[in-house]
Design a protein around this ligand. Structure first.
Ligand SMILES: Nc1nc2c(ncn2[C@@H]2O[C@H](COP(=O)(O)OP(=O)(O)O)[C@@H](O)[C@H]2O)c(=O)[nH]1
Ligand SMILES: [Mg+2]
Ligand SMILES: [Zn+2]
Length: 292
């Protein structure tokens, strides 16, 4: 049995990097069973092809879900870089869903503020300071000018870039991985999927050690797999207040004397964060996942 690491997934297909070779493998299981960054055992079937027999236990898995399916981003991550930019503008709902998914998976998250060269970035930078205060490091960078501020953070680690399309994730990868273009072409050729080149997640090795995973931009980011306790726990700034609401089982929706609502009105919790939490709980209620 051979071993390797998944560097791209495409439905039930994946590309496994095994030493210098890239092997096109199919998964015996469902497509949700494999993720970019997985260490796998595979059986070669013909030159360049194989079957994944086993996925080695994961350290963690970043994924999203709706009531019908699960979508994996990547596995075995040291950190999640949520990429934002003043152009196309902040999608705060999506930012929060990304942060919640990372938190729930137990993976540290940072916010990369790309396009620092653009003038409107300054106002967004000031706004995102509130997220830095929650505990999400804020990293302004310009993929077009200088990505060196990211190097100390990335070297030796496995990181995934997530965020809406147009914020510059692929531009960051191209700036950080010298042969990214070549690797992209290689992977596309191996997948024989030229027109799908921007629609799946890929892992690139960083020249200084570590790996960087690029993901396609998403519009939807369901978190159907998270229950009420997990949603509450995914908002670290709520933690000191839990237990201080009038009702011991307060869900922080419309209950009277809710400590989280009071803190939000008083300015110590960002209104967009409470709103994001309430939206996520509301989605679970609507889906019948939580008891009313
Ligand atoms: N001004 C500026 N434009 C950038 C920067 N990074 C990326 N872009 C542009 O933003 C657009 C989207 O970039 P892309 O990497 O495809 O975004 P992705 O969808 O997140 O992968 C492209 O036109 C890039 O040239 C940056 O740092 N500054
Ligand atoms: Mg891209
Ligand atoms: Zn409450």
């Amino acid at each position: 049995m051979n071993t390797g690491r998944i560097v791209a997934t495409f439905g039930k297909h994946c590309l496994v990097q095994a030493d210098a070779a890239i092997v096109d493998c199919v998964s015996r299981g469902r497509k949700a069973d494999i993720a970019c960054g997985d260490h796998v055992e595979f059986k070669p079937t013909s030159p360049g092809n194989g079957v994944v027999e086993r996925v080695q236990p994961r350290r963690n898995l970043l994924y999203r879900s709706d009531p019908f399916k699960v979508k994996n981003f990547a596995a075995n991550l040291d950190q999640v870089l949520v990429v934002t930019a003043a152009e196309p503008g902040l999608n705060e709902d999506l930012l929060n869903r990304c942060l919640v998914a990372a938190q729930a998976a137990g993976i540290p998250a940072c916010i990369v503020l790309n396009k620092a060269d653009l003038a409107p970035t300054e106002a967004l930078h000031a706004y995102l300071k509130a997220y830095e205060a929650i505990g999400y490091p804020l990293l302004p960078v310009s993929a077009k000018n200088d990505v060196s501020p990211l190097l100390p953070l990335l070297t030796g680690k496995t990181s995934v870039l997530i965020g809406p399309s147009g914020v510059g994730k692929s531009t960051l990868v191209n700036a950080l991985v010298p042969e990214a273009d070549v690797r992209t072409a290689e992977i596309s050729r191996a997948l024989n999927a030229g027109r799908h080149t921007t629609t799946h997640t890929r892992l690139y090795e960083l020249p200084g050690g570590g790996a960087l995973i690029d993901s396609p931009g998403m519009q939807e980011f369901g978190l159907h797999h998270l229950g009420l306790d997990e949603l509450q726990a995914a908002f670290p700034e709520f933690r000191p207040l839990l237990g201080q609401c009038r009702f011991y089982n307060c869900r922080h929706l419309k209950e009277p004397d809710c400590a989280i609502a009071v803190a939000t009105a008083g300015g110590s919790i960002l209104p967009a964060r409470l709103k994001a939490y309430q939206t996520l709980v509301g989605e679970q209620l609507a889906a019948g996942q939580l008891h009313k």
